[in-house]
Design a protein around this ligand. Sequence first.
Ligand SMILES: [Zn+2]
Length: 304
Amino acid sequence: MELSNLLSVFVPTHIIRASSEPYIENEMIVETILQAYTKLGLEGVEFYVYPDDAFNETHPELMKKYYEYLESIKSFKGLESIKINIVKDTRKTMRNNWLKFVEEDCKTPYMMFLEHDWGFADHIDIKKIINNFEKNPSVGYVKFNRFPHDDRMRSLAVAHNWDWIYEQEQDLDLDIPMFKITFYSGNPHIARIKKCKEFYIPQMLEHCPPKLSKGTSHLEKDMKKAELRSIDSLRDCGFSNQSTDGNKAWGHQWPLSGGNTIGRGCKKCEAAITEHQKKWGLYMLGDWGDNSRVFHLGEWCRKE
Ligand SMILES: [Zn+2]
């Protein structure tokens, strides 16, 4: 099947430095879309750009200009043949726009999540990633690795309370290698729409309803909160990962280790975290020794 019938790209964006020094002619989003299109071979694949609607209330004039600019990029050199939809009826926060895209606008079985400030180091064979999904219904989410796959990065990921599991997947039939991971990140990734609708969204609404949301544009923070609570619901050792439950002592984490930064999980924690990875089907692309596949174009990109 043509890639264009399988994949659509969700591009959330916002006005940068709206209150201080508005950056309307956002060159990063042009670079992001161009790199994804050329380096990943996304001929015919539709891109959907979602500006955060919060700025419509606080900065309506800027928002009007930003929409005009976004419409204009369709005719920029190199972008003329890319199918870019600038979505008009967007919502406030990235989380809500992600919900809208998954539930209403996406017409393909897979989506690529691509914030407006990412670049790609090299070609990535997207068809192989889709084949991993097609052959393995348990796979729900595949992230592109932002860091090289080596021992140093693995220990950093764990030390930063991120990928508690970071192990090569060896039981599935894969066209391209992947690691099992623990958390749903907002870094560029591909997700199965059916899994989003039937599992990730219900999990998020159950464990991190809007009243618990950070209220920022970071889907990732809400999803992590939902996951920490989901993991807690799978174990009964009496401990919690973090302050997810005020009635529980917290401290049991993963992996089991003698290190002093993280660890001290018990066997029940291990079982819960392993089960959580299976239920959520979260993966990161790559093999040991691989270099980074994606990089941030603008660490300075902040909402104000
Ligand atoms: Zn425990």
